[in-house]
Structure formats: structure tokens, C-alpha cells
Design a protein around this ligand. Structure first.
Ligand code: SAM
Length: 291
């Protein structure tokens, strides 16, 4: 079934009496080469399992089903479940499991346990824009050993994820992402490739998760707190920003720690890369332990 064909999409939706649901960020892909390119980039091996978040009417799901050993598609919209049963009927038998659930509420470790036992597991999603960051953070913080996370997101967010330290796009999420893996922009997809067309252009980003994290902080919580504090008060110098995040530590002590890490006291957090943040957080943690 050609699910990128606008006539087919409208027919399927009319048969099942469903409408595009804005509250679920439903913008369906209508360009087969974009769909194929996303599906191709999900794993290095056909033996992989792909967790697809938000299959919609199944356009990407069916391409994944012909490329990989297993596809687990998690869809929040109840109305799309019977549609998917219909649109995915020609997929190789037993490959696709459709799960009706909110991916934010699913126990991914439990859902994917057999998949991880069987081999590599990747994530693929044309993500609803309103929930991109929470979904991405949930995937990263799950600490599940995904091979890749391939996501289509708003181009502006893609710029942020892939930004260099010191640039205006660089933010807390960039630094946190670096802790978990390496992100690369694969290609842009203009708004005209969707129905309905979103207001913004999109970019496909692929994150390769570190098999072994290259940064080993003394305490993860202090690391994330340090990063958050540094960017929450972006315009402030680092001692002032950290002071707001760690009110229990005197500002002079924080300034001394920053200098001991080799930075000038008037530096701003946006200049620090993940290595700098780990070193800084380690010193803050040591100091808290000594106190
Ligand atoms: N994959 C299809 C495509 O590329 O055409 C649809 C993508 S559409 C941008 C986003 C999909 O995610 C919709 O089907 C929507 O219902 C689903 N969705 C939104 N929030 C979700 C959530 N929390 N959990 C699972 N699916 C969700």
C-alpha cells in the first residue's frame, strides 16, 4: 500500500473515520524517498529490532518491516490501532508488533528485554514537536544500550542538539546529549513533505549512543545539576549561575573551583564542553563530600 500517496492517506482516514489530531502532533510523511532514507539509517544490521515511536498510519513502519528483523511500534492514538492492522497487513509475518501506549508511560526496559536479548536495538521516530525533548531525554536517561536513535525533529532543535560549545545554539541539552552519544544531522525535510504541512522545517538527526561512556563523573546527579545551573542563567557569569543552582555553596568557593578547573572566573557556561562540565561537577561533588 502506498502510504505516502495523499489520496490513499485520505481514503484510509475516511474509511476509519479519523482525523489528524493536532494534540498528538500528527503530520504524516508524504515523500517515499524521505521515508526510505530514514528507514535505511536506523541500523547497521538487518538483524536489529527497531522501536518506532508514533507510527501514525504506518508509512515508516512498513519500510522498517522490510529492512529489519523486528519492529515494535508504539502509538498513543487509539483510533490509529485498527488502521495500522489494515495498512500493515502486507508486511512480513510476525515482524511488526503494534503497541497502543503513550511511550512516556511505557516501561521500555521491560518492553524491549527480548529484543535486547536477540541483538541490536535502535529507535526511530518522526517525533511530535511538542514532546521531542521529553521523549529524547527519557530514551537517553533509560540508559538502555540502543545502537542508534534516529529522529526527525524541528530543524531548530536539531541545530541545538548538534551545536558546538560556545555557539548561540549550544545549550544544556547539547551538553547532556554529548554525555550519552554523538549526534549528527543527516538531512533536512521541508514542511511540504507532510500532510498536514507543519509550520516549520524538519531535520533528521541520528544519535549513536556511546557503547562505553567516555566520561565517568563521580556523581551523575551533580553533573546534570551543574549543566542545568550553568544554562538556566545563561547571561550570568559561571560563578553567579552556579551560585543560583548550588545556594548551599559559597560563591567564593565556586569561583575557586572554576579557577582550579583552569577557567577564568568571568567565563560563561556556554563555553564549557562536556569534558569541562564533568571536571567541574567532580570538584563540586568532592567539595560537598568534604563539607
Ligand atoms: N510516523 C508517522 C509518519 O512519519 O508519517 C507519523 C508521525 S507523526 C509526526 C507523530 C506520531 O506520534 C503520531 O502518530 C502520534 O499519534 C504519535 N504520538 C504522539 N505522542 C505520542 C506518545 N506520547 N507516544 C506514542 N505515540 C505518540
Amino acid at each position: 500500500m502506498n502510504l505516502t500517496d495523499i489520496r490513499t492517506i485520505k481514503d484510509v482516514m475516511s474509511i476509519y473515520n479519523i482525523h489528524f489530531r493536532k494534540e498528538f502532533g500528527q503530520n504524516f510523511l508524504t515523500n517515499i524517498s524521505v521515508v526510505e532514507d530514514i528507514a535505511d539509517s536506523c541500523s547497521d544490521t538487518p538483524d536489529a529490532t527497531v522501536l518506532e515511536i508514533g507510527p501514525g498510519i504506518g508509512v515508516l513502519t512498513q519500510e522498517l518491516a522490510f529492512r529489519y528483523r523486528k519492529v515494535i511500534a508504539v502509538e498513543i492514538d487509539n483510533g490509529l490501532i485498527p488502521v495500522l492492522r489494515y495498512t500493515l497487513q502486507d508486511c512480513p509475518e510476525g515482524v511488526v508488533d503494534v503497541v497502543h501506549a503513550d511511550v512516556m508511560k511505557v516501561d521500555l526496559a521491560e518492553l524491549l528485554a527480548p529484543a535486547f536479548e536477540a541483538g541490536k536495538v535502535s529507535v526511530c521516530a518522526n517525533l511530535p514537536y511538542y514532546i521531542t525533548t521529553p521523549i529524547l531525554m527519557a530514551l537517553l536517561e533509560s540508559n538502555l544500550p540502543f545502537e542508534y536513535i534516529t529522529i526527525m525533529i524541528q530543524s531548530e532543535v536539531a541545530d541545538r542538539l548538534c551545536a558546538k560549545a560556545g555557539s548561540k545554539e549550544y545549550g544544556a541539552i547539547t551538553a547532556v546529549l554529548k554525555y550519552y552519544g554523538e549526534a549528527e544531522k543527516l538531512f533536512k525535510v521541508s514542511a511540504g513533505n507532510f500532510i498536514p504541512a507543519p509550520k516549520v522545517d524538519s531535520t533528521v538527526v541520528r544519535i549513536r549512543l556511546h557503547k562505553q561512556k567516555p566520561y565517568v563523573p563521580k556523581d551523575e546527579e551533580t553533573l546534570f545539576k551543574t549543566i542545568r545551573a550553568a544554562f538556566e542563567q545563561r547571561r550570568k557569569t559561571l560563578p553567579n549561575a552556579l551560585s543560583a543552582g548550588f545556594p548551599e555553596i559559597p560563591k567564593e568557593t565556586l569561583t575557586a573551583i572554576i579557577e582550579a578547573c583552569g577557567h577564568r572566573p568571568d567565563i560563561r557556561g556556554e563555553r564549557l564542553d562536556i569534558t569541562d562540565f564533568v571536571a567541574l561537577a567532580d570538584k563540586i561533588y568532592e567539595m560537598k563530600c568534604e563539607a
